[in-house]
Design a protein around this ligand. Structure first.
Ligand code: NOJ
Length: 773
């Protein structure tokens, strides 16, 4: 074990670098530790085998069947005879059952009436909190703070498990490059490195140090795979992704989650290069099982086994069930096709018994790993007390504060930047459809969240400045609006020192699943309202609440201060007040490129160059890769975010002028083997203390397969007092300079490498070195 300097920055770096190894080094899986109590714990195998041995074919198939027994989160099967089925051992998993009492009632049937007393595992979409709703995952990722995300997931696990839920269908780790896709809200954005760090954080948070601890829940990493690349950004649409792109961009967060010990994975709805993800032997068996050694359960997404029929690869239910199981889907969520057809398929020899046994083994392994056989029930008396604990609320508030991204902060009337609002701000006009809103602040997929738990911006502002000094005028609804209400909002703005205009989307209808938008801008008459308020000449702060970057070029040109607040969760109001009044300095950074217009989509910073790159940004040269009516550049780049202070970066310095391919490849996947140190000085050149997210990007040129113009390979948070300078050091492992080559192997190649330490993906000056044979 090499000796490292023990600075806090370095500790962060070691974590981030090891995540990269996990995400990208094929050799990483082999080194995976057999975590006690998890699906990699071999000591469970004997129990699994002993039980498997006692089971009839029907009981085995029962373990592969999952139904939704509560509030449906998709079109159901209409089946409700769960009690009888559980007693007969025909159901292995239920979800959408809520409340410890309800969960226990079903569990009693399984434990007392079924022949082998195999417990049911109860699942739910616990996506960004259970009762304590945190910011949506896109917001949580914008914190660039995996440790915080892990803590948030831990809170969610504690609350969910107190309610009998031991399995969450989270995290969603789909790479999302297109703001039209509504489910961008549920993930960590466009980058595989950051996405891997977030995937690991969620898995660790949910699963805790031991999966069989009563407050741990199994993670389900989804949607495997390529779901975020839906053509045209239209949910459920087909995807075409080359193997190279799949391995380089879409698979790493899943691989990282597998290496972190996720107990389950969900197969996706989309077809991938013509083969539906829920019947894809290449991704489900070759990559997931054979290359990565995954020992947990693959659960199909909702009815995605039955959807093999409309996909066009099965003409009947039996064929769909056979194809899904043989490809590697262990559990059939909702379709009921395993229940209806699997026994016949096994008896006819179309599905080998061995495949059924293997799928059942995985299910039993997860149930043993969760400790369900020993502790099948939840203590109904402790359920209520576990919710909304003060530490959970304060974590939700700080997560929200850290998720906000300050996009613009131009001068107000005093000549200083408009934000933070001065302490003597007396009268505030709170305008817009989302300023006084509880339910929308929860974001999509907030099943157990309650609107009344939310402290709205209105309530938090009233507390801060006094209700009498707060003029509330909604102006318009999210989608509708009347002239007279706009006029009332204008009046309020005229009477106030500053207008806070809170605009955006409806969380449930316009973001999340089945919520793709062909024009993801400000809906309805919201821009009209904004224009009217701006016309008053009063200082205006725009707060955007959305599940995606909203295309709003007029606003970015005319409004002096803009804060992206996503959907901030139940403590959104106090968090916003703290940031707007400067108790806290914004530290969030974009995890998606913010588009100027919809025609730019899909838009992502880590694209390849073309043979005809545009020379000067915005240049008018004709025969280059550009639009004739739009810039190539985003409105705001990946990694971008302002602060109330400013930072200056020194040049990036690197420890070597040359690295050798053989030695890089020899150390690939070997833990803690830094091959290059990159350093830059970062100075807080402003007047306030701040926390900067220092980012490190790499480009490889001259390789067998074209590489991204920049790829994130490290990040650290650095706290700086006004005027303070720190040297920020990244010790990079060999993975930072390896790539998926033309043979689809992960390896280093002779190339020219450029390293940038910068504040976002579009700034900084790089240092170059050669990687030689
Ligand atoms: C369908 C969604 O695609 C998935 O993300 C979710 O976990 C399941 N429904 C279960 O509700």
């Amino acid at each position: 074990m090499p000796k490292f300097r023990k600075t806090p920055c370095f500790l962060v770096l070691v974590i981030v670098t090891s995540l990269l190894s996990a995400a990208q080094a094929q050799a990483g899986s082999a080194a995976r530790a057999a975590a006690p109590g998890g699906v990699n714990d071999r000591s469970l195998d004997a129990k699994v085998e002993a039980l498997l041995h006692k089971m009839t074919l029907d009981e085995k198939i029962g373990q592969l069947v999952q139904y939704s027994a509560g509030q449906p989160t998709g079109p159901g099967t209409g089946r409700t005879d769960y009690n009888d089925m559980i007693a007969k051992g025909e159901i292995g998993a239920l979800f959408n059952v809520t409340g410890a009492k309800e969960v226990n009632a079903y569990q009693h049937i399984a434990m007392e009436k079924s022949r082998l007393h195999i417990p049911i595992v109860f699942g739910l979409d616990v996506i960004h909190g259970f009762r304590t709703e945190f910011p949506i995952p896109l917001g949580l990722a914008s914190t660039w703070d995996p440790a915080l995300v892990e803590k948030a997931a831990r809170v969610a696990a504690r609350e969910a498990s107190a309610s009998g839920i031991r399995w969450t269908f989270s995290p969603m780790v789909d790479i999302a490059r297109d703001a039209r896709w509504g489910r961008m809200a549920e993930g960590a954005g466009e980058d595989p490195f950051l996405g891997s760090a977030m995937a690991v954080a969620y898995v660790r948070g949910y699963q805790g140090t031991r999966l069989d601890a009563p407050d741990s829940i199994a993670a389900c990493v989804k949607h495997y795979v390529g779901y975020g690349a839906a053509e045209g950004g239209r949910d459920y649409n087909s995807t075409e992704i080359s193997e190279h792109t799949l391995r380089q961009f879409y698979l790493p967060p899943f691989h990282a989650a597998v290496d972190a010990g996720t107990a389950t994975i969900m197969s996706a709805f989309n077809s991938l290069n013509g083969v539906p993800s829920s019947a894809n032997p290449f991704t489900l068996t070759q990559v997931l099982r054979k290359e990565w050694g995954f020992r947990g359960v693959v659960d199909s997404d909702w009815t995605s086994v039955a959807e093999l029929i409309p996909h066009g690869i099965a003409n009947d239910g039996a064929t769909a069930a056979r194809k899904a199981l043989l490809a590697g889907v262990d559990v059939d969520m909702v379709s009921s096709l395993y229940h209806d057809h699997m026994a016949k398929l096994v008896k006819s020899g179309e599905v080998p018994q061995a495949n059924i046994d293997e799928a059942v083994r995985r299910v039993l392994r997860v149930k043993f790993a969760l400790g369900l056989f020993d502790h099948p029930y939840t203590d109904e008396k402790s359920e209520a007390a576990a919710m909304l604990q003060p530490e959970s609320l304060s974590l939700a508030r700080s997560a929200a504060e850290r998720s906000f991204v300050l996009l613009k902060n131009a001068a107000g009337t005093s000549g200083a930047p408009l934000l933070p609002l001065s302490a003597d701000t007396h009268t505030v006009a709170l305008i817009g459809p989302l300023g006084d809103d509880g339910p929308n602040m929860l974001g999509s997929w907030a099943g157990m969240g309650k609107g009344e738990d939310v402290v709205s911006l209105r309530a938090a502002l009233a507390k801060r400045i006094g209700a009498d000094n707060l003029l509330v005028a909604k102006g318009v609804g999210i989608l509708d609006g009347k002239d007279e209400d706009i006029a009332a909002a204008v009046d309020a703005a005229k009477k106030a020192d500053v207008a806070l205009v809170v605009l955006g989307e409806n969380a449930g209808e316009m973001t999340g699943e089945a919520a793709s938008r062909s024009n993801p801008g400000l809906p309805g008459r919201q821009q009209e309202l904004l224009q009217a308020v701006i016309a008053t000449g009063k200082p205006v702060v725009l707060v955007l609440c959305s599940g995606r970057p909203l295309i709003a070029p007029w606003a970015f040109e005319h409004v002096p201060a803009v804060l992206a607040a996503w959907f901030p969760g139940i403590q959104g109001g106090p968090a916003l007040v703290n940031v707007l009044f400067g108790e806290t300095t914004p530290t969030g950074r974009l995890v998606v490129s913010w588009p100027r217009s919809v025609g730019q989509e899909p838009l992502y910073y880590n694209a390849s160059s073309t043979g005809r790159p545009q020379g000067a940004p915005g240049g008018e040269e004709k025969y280059v890769s550009r639009y004739i009516d739009e810039l190539n550049s985003p409105q705001f780049p990946f990694g971008f975010g302002l602060s109330y202070t400013s930072y200056q970066y020194g040049a990036t310095e690197i420890s070597a002028k040359q690295l050798k391919v053989p030695s890089l490849n020899a150390s690939l996947g070997v833990k803690a083997s830094p091959v290059l140190t990159a350093t830059a000085s970062v100075t807080n050149s402003g007047k306030r203390a701040g926390e900067e997210v220092v980012q490190l990007y790499v480009r490889l040129q001259g390789t067998s397969v074209a590489q991204p113009v920049r790829a994130l390979k490290g990040f650290q948070r650095v706290t700086l007092a006004p005027g303070e300078t720190k040297k920020v050091t990244f010790d990079l492992g060999p993975e930072a300079f390896a790539m998926w080559n033309e043979k689809n192997q992960f390896a280093a190649e002779p190339s020219r490498a450029t390293v940038w330490i910068s504040s976002d993906s579009a700034s900084g000056s790089g240092a170059t070195f050669e990687i030689v044979p």
